[in-house]
Ligand binder design. Structure first.
Ligand code: ADP
Ligand code: TRP
Length: 333
């Protein structure tokens, strides 16, 4: 049996180059390696923070169009929207009953919000925390376990959440005996670079330092031109590894291309030329896909249709898992 892999992206922002290189591209490569792959849009996870209906709809379409434009093949993989699979939410409740509150207290996404509030001098430890944020890993466990998944490719920040899914699956199997559900494993790609944003920190929508994948050529140029550089003149030799422009280039380009640009840095390069090299490389990477993205965004009904077809395929497995779990716990007629 080929291994089954699954990963999801929350529609909480317009996809950026960090998402492409850190999540989308590595996940799509797994399907090329002959694994059975499922990709989905975690729209109900986004509801923990996105509370504007139009925005949630728009971002969901953007994330879907991004996956498809970047090469996801809906015939060869299963591509769907989390909210189209009701079994996930039924499982979530069942899993809630097997999840220790202490595990949630330690969960990363929740702790990060508490830490940020503390830093701002907030006295109430529960300020700004809804139950969706608090029990987020339980929904994530249901996303995974519903489909008998073996491997979950995620960034380092999500490793702990997948481990919680593992704990939940093991607890169910322990309590009811045998293999009621499949126990998943995180798959962390250590080589995937953390792509820096235009201010040099990790590219993230939380920092507002991102380069959108499918920005228009004009907007792309504007974003790259905002990358902060020093005032050294063009002829001064420069250290590529100390340059954000080079770091982003390297994450995208082949080793050979990176080597060539590094040589230009060492023999002296104007910042304008370095930025142009980056703009051209991003353009080369996404130019063709952008046309596909724009065409998809102009036809939301087509995206909806593809996602609905994917959900119908995905539900077959989710229903089978649900039947097994219901039977195991004694919810049967
Ligand atoms: P953001 O930090 O913008 O909120 P998300 O947390 O929604 O991004 O990330 C979605 C996926 O993209 C995750 O798998 C995450 O590991 C990956 N990712 C996000 N930012 C980067 C980055 N700067 N470099 C590499 N991967 C990233
Ligand atoms: N929590 C993930 C993130 O923030 C998104 C996600 C939701 C996910 N459910 C998942 C990822 C299941 C992998 C598997 O990036």
């Amino acid at each position: 049996m080929p291994q089954r892999v699954l990963t999801g992206i929350k529609p909480t922002g317009t996809p950026h180059v960090g998402n492409l290189l850190g999540a989308i591209r590595p996940a799509l490569r797994l399907a090329d390696q002959g694994l059975e792959a499922m990709y989905f849009i975690a729209d109900y996870h986004a509801l923990t923070t996105v509370n504007d209906a139009k925005e949630l709809r728009q971002l969901t379409l953007e994330v879907a169009a991004t996956w498809l434009a970047c090469g996801l093949d809906p015939e060869r993989t299963i591509f769907y929207r989390q909210s189209d699979i009701p079994e996930i939410f039924e499982l979530t409740w069942i899993f809630d009953c097997f999840t220790s509150k202490g595990w949630m207290n330690k969960a990363h996404a929740y702790k990060a919000i508490v830490a940020a509030a503390e830093e701002k001098g907030e006295q109430d430890a529960d300020a700004g925390i809804n139950m969706g944020i608090y029990s987020y890993p339980v929904l994530m466990a249901a996303d995974i376990i519903a489909f008998d998944i073996d491997l979950v490719p995620v960034g380092k920040d999500q490793k702990q959440h997948v481990e919680i899914a593992r704990d939940i699956a093991q607890r169910i199997n322990h309590v009811y005996g045998g293999n009621v559900v499949r126990v998943p494993q995180p798959k962390i790609d250590e080589d995937t670079a953390t792509v820096p944003g235009i201010d040099g920190r990790k590219m993230s929508k939380s920092y507002g330092n991102q380069i959108p994948i499918f920005a228009s050529p004009k907007a792309l140029k504007k974003a790259v031109n905002q990358i902060v550089t020093d005032s050294s003149p063009p002829e001064t030799p420069k250290d590529p590894d100390a340059s954000t422009i080079f770091q982003i280039f390297k994450a995208l380009a082949t080793p050979e291309e990176s080597h060539q640009l590094a040589e230009r840095y060492r023999s002296g390069i104007g910042w304008g030329d370095a930025k142009k090299a980056l703009i051209d490389r991003i353009e080369q990477e996404v130019g063709e896909a952008r046309a596909k993205y724009d065409a998809l965004m102009a036809d939301p009904a087509k995206i909806d249709d593809l996602l609905a077809k994917g959900a119908a395929k995905a539900r077959v497995t989710a229903r089978a898992t649900m039947d097994r779990v219901r039977k195991a716990i004694g919810i049967t007629r």
